[in-house]
Structure formats: C-alpha cells, structure tokens
Design a protein around this ligand. Structure first.
Ligand code: NAD
Ligand code: LMR
Length: 340
C-alpha cells in the first residue's frame, strides 16, 4: 500500500521489528497533511524522535517526494508514505498517535474562523478514518480553527462510537512556546527556564496567558502585562502578516507540535509527571472544551488541572474569553449539526 517496491517494504518491516527489539518504546505515529508547511518539518523532527519506531506520512499531494527525502535520514524510525484518500486507511492502521496538520492556513486579513468551511470537512474525513482504523490512537489536532475542529472531531468519534475524550487533544503548545519566548525576553532569561501556562482556546482573546503563574515566580508592571498578553494573543497574526500571503506559522508550529507529541509519547510510555497545556473536553469551566494544563499518561490526558488563582486582570480576560467562547461554541455546534 505504501510507495516502496515490495523488497524494500519487507526490509523496512524487518528493520522496524529489529529496532523495536532494541528496547526503545517504539511508537507508531502518523502525520496527516505531512507534505505541507507544518507537515514537512514536523515529519523531519519526528524522524529524529527516538520514541518513534514507525512514521507514516499521509497527504493528498507530494508524499512520495517528502517520504523519499526523510527516509534517507539515518535515525531509527522507519518511514512510509501514503498518497491520497484510497491510502488513508493503510496510513492509519495500527497507529498509536495521529498528528493532524492538514488543512488550509490563513492569509493576511483572515481570522482562523474563516478557515472553518474547508478545514472542518478535511478534519471530519480524517477523523472518520481514525475511528475506523485506529480508534484507540491519541489524536493531536493542529488544523484551525482549533476551537471548532476539536468539537467537530469529538462529534465524529461520538457518531462512530469510539469517542475517548482523554485521547482527543487540540494542540495549543505554540501559544505556550510563544509565551515562554516573549516572557523570557522581558525578564532577560533563557526561554528554556521559563514556563507560562496558557489556557482557554487558540484564537485571539480566547488565548489567556496566566502571567501571574509564570515559573520561575516573577512580577510584571501593568504595561508589561498588557504588552505580553497582546503579543501572545496575536502571535499567529504577527507571523501571518510577516509572511504576507505565504501562509502562517509552520516552523515554530512544527517545533511546538513535536514538543507536544513527544510529551504524549512519554505519557503513553508510562513516564510520571508529564504535564502540558492542551485544548480538551473539560469540566474546569462551564465551557465544554477548554485548554489548561493536563497530565499525559498511558490513557492520554488522564488528569485535567484547575486553572489556579487568577489575578484581577486575568479574571477580566477570563470573563471576556467566556463570552466569546460561548458564541463560538454555539456556532460550531450549529455547524457540526449542519455538516452531519
Ligand atoms: P499548508 O497548506 O502548507 O499544508 C497543509 C497540507 O494539508 C497540504 O500539504 C495539503 O495538501 C494537506 N491537505 C489538504 N487537504 C488534505 C486532506 N484531505 N488530507 C490530508 N492532507 C490534506 O498549511 P500549514 O501551514 O501546514 O497549516 C496547516 C493547518 O495548521 C492550517 O489549518 C493552519 O491554520 C493550522 N495551524 C495551526 C496552528 C496551531 O497552533 N494549532 C499553528 C499553525 C498553523
Ligand atoms: C498560529 O497561532 O500561528 C496558528 O494558529 C496559525 C494562524 O492562523 O495564526
């Protein structure tokens, strides 16, 4: 089913078995949308990840070239390419983790919500494949608008009878990566030493950085707080405008996606204390889906943490977020039922 001749196929299978025997956890990971702006660097970085034994690259265009290219890297994971809808099921069968960066990106002047009509259909088809071929896989959903594509994926899995809310994770790691970077700049620290929880959703005012909970403990002036909040909320638009029509964040997103996928794989392996922010089905607020810190384990997001104490500024932002989200989710529910 994949793009190699049969003799190479067999040798790849032997390699995969042999490498799995080598003691590594050896997870099977599929990237859907693997030939895109995010997909290509994401595929490259996942090929380097020692927790990955098999890497499936699926797209509707260009996977043969991307697969041939990445497969020459002398790292452990065996890479296979899959092209077009008829090969989707083979791409998904047996996968432990499915990462989805498939879909169209923004151009200047657009909101993430403007992508809904195209991307909702793409996500729906891909999730139908997941429900059929790897219903127990953890799903990392990157395609925008994340605030709506995650509820849509949940509906698809519910309809198929395979929905496990712990295993459906909207990727908001880029907001955390940006927050760590911008806060470190203001504090004069190495970003690797900074940890900023970012909760809520993944669009404009629904992105809520909790600057009062930054580690290491620190304080900001009101001016710094407003600058940082605004920059973190609009980080995506900053990149869209700088790329001037050539797309949205791809390289920093691939980095963030791999950071998050690696955390999911460490959780699946059984590592203790793996905690990251993700957009998940949640009872932390009144909203059905919400990004907050989650503990990642063998079953996916095994524990969802409360937001912790918010200061006055953050409480104000939370009220605004809540209002926007109610509209947003109401709309997505209508759209989900319309699509069905
Ligand atoms: P891109 O256009 O460069 O790549 C998208 C890829 O998806 C293309 O290769 C395309 O062929 C593929 N694709 C389209 N339909 C498909 C289908 N039915 N099945 C499989 N693959 C399909 O776009 P990009 O820059 O890689 O961005 C992809 C998505 O990620 C966009 O929706 C973008 O808004 C989103 N994004 C999310 C975040 C986040 O933080 N969650 C960050 C950046 C971008
Ligand atoms: C981002 O935050 O960079 C992505 O959601 C892409 C976008 O459209 O902003």
């Amino acid at each position: 089913a994949h793009l190699y001749p049969p003799n190479l196929q067999n040798s790849c299978l032997r390699q995969a078995k042999c490498r799995a025997k080598g003691g590594a956890a050896g997870f099977k990971v599929a990237i859907l949308g693997a030939a895109g702006g995010i997909g290509q660097p994401l595929a490259m970085l996942m090929k380097i990840n020692p927790l990955v034994s098999v890497l499936h690259l699926y797209d509707v265009v260009n996977t043969p070239g991307v697969t041939a290219d990445i497969s020459h890297m002398d790292t452990g994971a065996v890479v296979r390419g899959f092209l077009g809808q008829p090969q989707l099921e083979n791409a998904l069968t047996g996968m432990d983790l499915v990462i989805i960066p498939a879909g169209v990106p923004r151009k200047p002047g657009m909101t993430r919500d403007d992508l809904f009509n195209i991307n909702a259909g793409i996500v729906r088809t891909l999730c139908e494949g997941i429900a059929k071929c790897c219903p127990n896989a953890t799903v990392n959903l990157i395609s925008n608008p994340v605030n709506s594509t995650v509820p849509i994926a949940a509906e698809v899995f519910k309809k198929a009878g395979t929905y496990d809310p712990k295993k459906l994770l909207g990727v908001t790691m880029l907001d955390v990566v940006r927050a760590n970077t911008f806060v470190a700049e203001v504090l004069g620290l190495d970003p690797r030493d900074v940890d900023v929880p970012v909760v809520g959703g993944h669009a404009g005012v629904t992105i809520l950085p909790l600057l009062s909970q930054v580690k290491p403990p620190c304080s900001f002036t009101q001016e710094e707080t407003e600058y940082l909040t605004n920059r973190i909320q609009n980080g995506g638009t900053e990149v869209v405008e700088a790329k001037a029509g050539a797309g949205s964040a791809t390289l920093s997103m691939a980095y963030a996606a791999v950071k998050f996928a690696d955390a999911c794989l460490r959780g699946l392996r059984g590592d203790a204390g793996v905690v990251e922010c993700a957009f998940v089905a949640s009872q932390v607020t009144e909203l059905p889906f919400f990004a907050s810190k989650v503990r990642l384990g063998r079953q996916g997001a095994e524990e969802i943490f409360q937001l912790g104490p918010l200061n006055e500024y953050e409480s104000g932002l939370f009220c605004l977020l809540h209002l926007c989200f109610q509209d947003w989710l109401g709309e997505s529910e209508e759209r989900v039922s319309w699509k069905h």
